[in-house]
Write a protein that binds this ligand. Sequence first.
Ligand SMILES: [Zn+2]
Length: 357
Amino acid sequence: MKKALTIPTEPIGSIPRPPELIDAIAKRGGNDPSLEPLFDDAIRDTIDRFEATGSPVISDGEQRKYHNFWTYSVQGLANTAADGFKIPFVAGHTRRMLRLTGGPFHYKNYADSYLDLALRYAHVPVKQAVISPSALSLMYPPDGIPDYPRDQFIDDLLSEHETEVRACLRKGAHKVQIDFTEGRLASKIDSSGVLLQSFIDLNNLALARFSAAELQRIGVHTCPGGDLDSTHSADVDYAELLPQLFGLMAGNFYIALAGERDRVRVLKIIREHMRADQRIFVGVVAPIDKRVETAEQVKDRVLEAAQYIPLEQLGTTDDCGFSPFCDDTSTTRETAFAKIRARVQGTALAAKILGGH
Ligand SMILES: [Zn+2]
């Protein structure tokens, strides 16, 4: 009998936090030890419900990234100030990064500590998302820091990132996903592509430290941002991003696609620029769209993608996390898990058809 075809499917990462956890963080701050039981309950419940969707790979829902996916590693550092780089969202609000005020630069929190907890509760493989060096590079102020030149900062940053990724790989992360939401934003800020290329070059300096086998477990996520049901760079044409994006040395790409206006056009760009050793996980559900996709809709999206991406290089994912910023309650946990269930079931339906069963 022919072996059944499987199309890999993975989440991006974040799941909305339980309202009682969000309230407690708002009242007590994210580092109060009295929050520990709430974090623990949230992680356990997230993993239980994630596994119940049938998703063959899960995450901890980033329950412990108590500010957001971008600054979790530096939150609480004494040598930072609150007035850093601003991310403007189309809905009108902004999110703000921390600014580095002095050297040396070190992480305060490493994502492998989240993985430790998740692996304690999970029965299926767990992936871990980490923030990209290029996102954190925006912490360094444009006018410099006395006695701590930018080159020294970049060396320290790359070393901290490598430490974090290596620890996740060593502890058994199914994949380590580097969140690169600022890639598409870079194309919006600088349409010449110079800023984007500088981000890609920086991230490749980090990726170059890993072996070919390790790179097959490392991926990069690109999206137009997702916060309070809004985006920061959905108006940027993928034609300005993807050709350069595939210059990253990672073995896996997690590309938001479900929310795109013209998916076929994007798939053609992917087909033209993807490389032979890269797996492309296309987004088949859209976290910022309130409507829950059906398994049938997902199946159709996978069949569409399979016309452009060879099956041995195709995977599916969510377009983005369901709440990259921890206080975002625009999507409920119920909706997030319903969308994930549709992704898993629709991907399996498509695999059945494509595998000839
Ligand atoms: Zn995203």
